[in-house]
Ligand binder design. Sequence first.
Ligand code: SF4
Length: 592
Amino acid sequence: MLPGDTLCNVLYIDLGKKSYRIEKRPALFEAGIGGAGVAIRLLAEECPAGCDPFSPDNPVVFAVGPLTGLFPLASKTVAMFKSPLSGNLGESHCGGRSAVAIRLAGYGAMVIKGASETPIYLAVHGDKVYFRNAATLWGMDNLFTAGQIIRGREPSPGTRTIMRIGRAGEKMIPFAGVTTETYRHFGRLGLGAVFGSKKLKAVVVSGARSLPTKDVKEYRKIYEQIHKAAVESEVMRKYHDLGTAENVLPLNVIGGLPTRNLKDSRFEGAETMSGESFAGKYLGRRLACSHCPVGCIHIAALREPDEREAFFYKTSMICYDYEPIYALGTMLGISDPEGFLKLMHKVETTGLDVMSTGVVLAWATEALERGLITEETMGWLRLSWGDYKAYIEAVEKIVEQPNDFFKALAGGVEHASAIYGGSEFALSYGGNEMAGYHTGPAAHLGLLLGARHSHLDNAGYSVDQKIVMKKQTTPREIVDRIFEEEQWRQVLSSLVICFFARGIYTPEVVSETLGSAGFALSPDELSSIGKKIHFEKYAFKFREGFKLQEERLPGRIFETMSSAGRIDADFMKQAVEYAESVLGAAGAEESK
Ligand code: SF4
């Protein structure tokens, strides 16, 4: 690390005592680099074993990396906490301005502990922390309004980040997320609920520090190479043009697009719900996270007549991506793009995680269809595929929980199906609701084995397309590929590099860029660090009671044909047994 670099500063905040302190932790950053590598150590240090996720002792850790602010696309912040949804590792990544703001405020990581008795929000401006009263923001119907009010109160527009929760977080719904800069999210595993348990409405961060580099000339040279690769890359061009929504049509063609609670893997409405269709009819603007030349964030402009006045229209700006289109579109049988956008807007204003919400609603629709629940159970709400208006009503009921059924739904699909039955079609892995890929065995193994049960852990769907669909393969080969990918992604997440840039940040490029930031690490050393972080995450999961052998794969995935054909249950069993032996051996090695 370079002299004068404030990366090693960790800001510790106690919400109960309304106090804070800054500690220099160079050894922590030398060992873990930043991001995920540092966050998992801080989580293990600060979270007492067996801690209730809603206890004031559960820490919220934010960490960024040495390349943040220096190189393009090192734009993510890693959040770690004990998850109220899975009961073990909570990890979620978010872009927007969060990472650059934390780095330029003078920190590599922040640890927020304790709980306030009354609603507050934190304002971190450089080395000063303010505990602001948020009583008037608490309970506000619309998360966007709360953001607007904070924007008007705090300094540094354009460079600050505002991370905030909606009603879902306030009500501690275990799949509530945290929204930053209106359109980006720490969506998964319930960070919003942990904020809510601390009566923490928002965290604002701003700063304007300069960052040191080892050799300015060399730094500029590497910077230019990466910037050029990012703006000229064909893959990045696609992310810019259509965003991840470009995946809808290809996944539909290969039969990997989960539809109506994965009763099918092709959707007849894919054309109208495709990235091409949204870009052609609704695209209102594109945005980028700080220090990213790609700009893959797509915002639709939805113009609707305002019932209060004739010839009067309101325009809502609503972000969309592949995962929301899957979760609130194809999974619910919605082929009306405007209906989807209205539902998306509703979910966004409450602060629920879009993916979990879609999977929960899809399960509820099928449970009703099969007679496991009745319309009476649902308070006379009738959910049916494609009926976006009923789904909008259901989202409100998940937040408000007017009866036992919606209370159960608000606990996530694993929880609801444990009460009402239908676990064979409850699509969750390790307690986290499924991502949008039914490409073959690797997609599902990736979700089960990933440390945070996210498609972003190891991109199992890509393993399906690279090896499973092309040739005969073994359970062992798939698991090895998944773990190998997940271990390298730990390095990228420690540098907080956006995974869309993983083709640009090869091990050699990462090693060179780190040289500019004062870290001398070869590609081999980086690879061992990645492996270690992966096992440290698993060590935390095991410590908190996660047992791979007790986890289940939903029966539905074996019924519906995937892109790679029918998934074989024995094949999956062998893969899980092999994964257990790998993780067990690594755990034994770690504990020596
Ligand atoms: S590619 Fe997209 S998600 Fe990644 S940093 Fe850029 S704008 Fe953010």
